[in-house]
Design a protein. Sequence first.
Length: 452
Amino acid sequence: MKTWRYQFSIRSKAEFSGNTAFSSFIAGNVYVRTSIFRNQPDITTIPAKGYYSCQNWSMLKRLYGCATLVYVKFFRCIGCKSSYSPERIRSCPVMRCPKCNSALDAEYDYKSIQRTIRKDEFMRECPGHWKYWAFMPVSDISMIVAMGEGGTPLVDLTRLMTQAKKFLVKYEAANPTGSFKDRGSSLEITKAVTWGRKRVVIASTGNMGSSVAAFAAFAKLRCKIILPDFVNKAKIAQMKAYGAEIELTSGDYADAMKIAENQVRSDPESFLAGDYPWRCEGTKTVGFEIADQMYWRVPDAVIAPIGNGTLIWSVWKAFRELMITGITDALPLMIGVQAEKCDPVVRAWEERTDTIVPIENPRTVASAIACGTPIDGLLALKAIRESGGVCIRVTDGEILRARDELGSNGVFVEPSGAVSFAGARKTGDLLDRKTVVCIATGHGLKDMYGIE
């Protein structure tokens, strides 16, 4: 085992706040050894003054320098099946298929990932977003932008679903800006910084905009957010608090997205954030963490809301990758849930078609998932079909009742964050005697609709 010796000084304890996959360190001399990743150093401590938890990438940046490990082989179009090199996709202002404008999916060299990971050590490390960086398209870990995202609680609420063997809620509201969006934003802003971009542009229905605004501010990048005019005022206030420039449009999310894409096409120094491949790859860590927190046992079913479809596909992809690399040996059923007033994926699933028919001007209490033209709708369908799962629609009333029931049991979520639990209530006997994970996506303070 190789050993490196480094010297550095700690400016403040606050410099090392957040979560990573690494051990603890001590101020003064630090000895570094290979551990989780065969080709990368891990940190071990020696006696010295002052103990700190190694929880921020600023120190890792100094240790790792410009180490590079990227295992993306190519990007494949979900529509026409064309494939593109990472270099080709990087040159595209909008990361969609240049031929048919469909979503792209990253495909990896999993054998290289297997050779890199020291399986036993990797499996024992504490869960956290950047623990799983070997499964993300990161070219330079010295450039990572992290704010302590990931490592969110897995809450046992079996008492609410007694027919299930175990019913667990993945509480993504515990992320820095209050939603699961922080996982994708961390990777997206990392790419923006790595590529030397000066400004970030994004279309959002609320949570993604707040998240990107926070990470852009942390990285000292300018941020512009295009919003439909139905976005909750509290979410707009959160974006403004991070210093983002806001532009409202009278259309829906699809209209806001077109505006954002056109602005990026005319500005080579800007980076387009949103439901594109980088966000999908960052969001996979929800799935990695679920397995990790269950001691690498895979749940029988995972329930997720569907807006643009990115979350459910990312979680499914994560479980597939864990199985491909030999870390787990099973796959869950994927259950997707949409609001009744914005249900294009449910309709396609019911009609057994591969065509997503847009819902124009959708309005629902679950405003965070009011995406009438879901970018990753076909990927969501793919996840549900490949897993043998189902797709469910829920009414606004059912969503609000689910929100209230979760709140009365200690889990406070916004209406969109309760959609998956509302769907769980409509699964009939599908969850009987199964271990189920329900993803609660956003904090209740983001949208307190109907709460006096």
